[in-house]
Write a new protein. Structure first.
Length: 181
């Protein structure tokens, strides 16, 4: 299994890096890509991070999932970037897994991916969603091939849902047991 994670300056550290680390522990290859024209990016909390590559250089058809972490980069970069919008919509159109956490679901909603779907998101960001059913009481919501999560506090549940979807529940449960969740 291969996942593509879209990262950029101001991404939320935990939502991106913990998700990446846990997915790798579960046996999923995660490739971090950016549209930023620099070799390094700086996370929301000041960590310098070197993505694996540029989104424009990837053959997205070779990935089973796309992951959109949260952070203020969602509004600053993702909402305006046509390449990211087209990439995520391409995953959605082929019914490949689309996963987003915190402010990431806001982007999915604005892109029309959450139309007629149940979702969760960071409280307050749901007001920007044109359609869909907001489920504020859930840490994670899986609706078909779309997984959304509420925020950094839901990372473990988010990863469990992704691993359950891409591999199986037994592997997801074993992952959480291995880290003493």
């Amino acid at each position: 299994m291969r996942a593509l994670m879209i990262v950029s300056n101001h991404m939320e550290d935990v939502e991106a890096l913990a998700t990446r680390a846990l997915l790798i522990r579960a046996g999923i290859t995660v490739r971090t890509v950016t549209v930023t024209k620099t070799e390094e990016i700086t996370t929301a909390f000041g960590l310098t991070f070197r993505p694996d590559g540029s989104l424009e250089d990837e053959d997205i058809r070779t990935f089973d999932a796309v992951i959109v972490p949260g952070g203020k980069y969602v509004q600053m970069i993702i909402d305006q970037d046509v390449m990211i919008q087209e990439t995520v919509k391409a995953f959605d159109e082929r019914k490949a897994l689309v996963a987003a956490i915190c402010a990431g679901p806001r982007f999915l909603g604005r892109a029309g991916i959450l139309n007629e779907r149940r979702f969760t998101a960071f409280p307050g960001s749901e007001t920007d969603m044109p359609l869909g059913t907001y489920v504020p009481s859930s840490k994670v919501v899986t609706d078909g091939h779309v997984i959304t999560a509420r925020g950094a506090g839901a990372v473990y549940d988010f990863v469990h849902a992704i691993v359950s979807y891409l591999i199986d529940q037994k592997t997801a449960d074993a992952l959480l047991e291995s880290i003493r969740y």
